[in-house]
Write a protein that binds this ligand. Structure first.
Ligand code: ADP
Length: 398
């Protein structure tokens, strides 16, 4: 069975085609800069060997972009399908599923209407996700269209974790609460991590630490999320590439009333100009770590702040879980930065977390344990695979 996974952004479509038997990637690519004269499609086929191709062509909208993807996948020479009917399901990443969706669903008119209603909660993402669904329905009319929500994994949180201590009506009438993001990644990583433990799932307590451009953590007990660091939006929690993460809610008032900033400028500043970028001038962790090595004071401070916030959440989640079997690092920074993992684990012996420095520094791929043999809490690197998780969840629904 072949499944196409689509992640539609405002100006991009990322896609992967899987042969589900053996979870083999057949093709993978990106339609980039939709609506810009410099748009392009980059596609790679993986059978029999990798073949990468970039087409630079004007792509005015998502429909033209997906049409180009379909044509490429059906290429008479290198293509991996002869007919669009060979695709059994299209799995869509949908950012916000609100309280309505705690699991993936097969998309119909009612589901699309609901995703549209949820635009108020994810104004930057749900409209493009919906557009992706509509164009995929056109090109793959016989495939099941499946929505996999980034918030769904966190729907098992109890009210004490997801409610904000603000007047009740804001929750009951406006649904203002903690939803959490990166759910597909936390779901995949925590499942992989739990599978490494020699324990019945229901007795396990783990923490998943996703450190990419966006950063978030999830506390998972018995395979179910009990708390997470992002909130109503992805702005809350850890310090990120360009997002501030947690701050005193009075800061935006101060910026508005005392500095006279407009709401949209505050929004932009906290989402796009803060985090590592705000403190160290770059949102790329590699740059900031390099600057730190040269003794740059802002880079040193940025890393100290970034690491301290992760440690705070580890401590808080351990207290909430009441036990901790393992933690896992994932995403661009979590999977690749030896230094960052070392700094996060430094001094956490008191919590039973002991990193094996040579295992941490060893190059490798796949899931690997990097704690000492005596560490009470196991420390792992688990490469995330959100696309495969979407494909697996879509397959399950068929
Ligand atoms: P996104 O959230 O956009 O998917 P990624 O998961 O790709 O982001 O993570 C991007 C981050 O990973 C960037 O800050 C980048 O600097 C960082 N990164 C990638 N490789 C390394 C590395 N070897 N060392 C440190 N940071 C890295």
């Amino acid at each position: 069975m072949k499944i196409l996974v689509i992640n539609t952004g405002s100006s991009s479509i990322k896609y992967v085609v899987y042969e589900m038997e053996g979870h083999q990637v057949l093709a993978k690519g990106l339609v980039d800069r939709i609506g810009d004269p410099a748009s392009s499609l980059t596609n790679s086929f993986y059978t029999p060997e990798e073949h990468k191709q970039k087409i630079e062509i004007s792509i005015p909208n998502h429909a033209v972009g997906l049409e180009l993807v379909v044509k490429t996948l059906m290429d008479p020479e290198k293509g991996i399908i002869k007919d669009t009917n060979e695709i059994s399901a299209v799995g869509h990443r949908v950012v916000h599923g609100g309280e309505r969706f705690s699991a993936p669903v097969v998309i119909d008119e009612e589901i699309k209407a609901k995703i549209k209603q949820l635009i108020t909660l994810a104004p930057l993402h749900n409209p493009s996700n919906l557009e992706g669904i509509k164009v995929a329905e056109k090109f793959f009319p016989n495939a099941k269209q499946v929505a996999v929500f980034d918030t769904a994994f966190h729907q098992t949180m109890p009210p004490k974790s997801y409610r904000y201590p603000i007047p009740n009506w804001l929750y009951t009438e406006e649904k203002i609460r903690i939803y959490g993001m990166h759910g597909t990644s936390h779901s995949y990583v925590s499942k992989q991590l739990i599978a490494q433990l020699n324990k019945p799932v229901e007795n396990t307590s783990v923490i998943s630490i996703h450190l990419g451009n966006g950063c978030s953590m999830a506390a998972v007990h018995g395979g179910k999320c009990i708390d997470t660091s992002m909130g109503l939006s992805p702005l809350a929690g850890l310090m990120m590439g360009t997002r501030s993460g947690d701050l005193d809610p009075a800061v935006p008032f101060y910026l508005g009333t005392t500095l006279g900033m407009k709401l949209e400028d505050i929004d932009k500043m906290l989402n796009k100009e803060s985090g590592l970028k705000g403190i160290a001038g770059s949102n790329d962790m590699r740059d900031v770590l390099e600057q730190r090595e040269t003794g740059n004071a802002n880079a040193i401070l940025a890393i100290d702040m970034y690491v301290q916030r992760i440690k705070k959440y580890i401590g808080a989640y351990m207290a909430e879980l009441g036990a901790l079997d393992a933690i896992a690092f994932t995403a661009g920074i979590g999977e690749n930065s030896v230094k960052l993992r070392e700094l996060v684990c430094e001094g956490l012996g008191v919590l039973g977390i002991e990193l094996d420095k040579s295992k941490n520094a060893a190059s490798g791929s796949g899931n690997r344990r990097i704690s000492t043999d005596n560490s009470k809490v196991e420390v792992w690197i688990i490469p995330t695979n959100e696309e495969l998780e979407i494909a697996l969840q879509s397959e399950k629904l068929l």
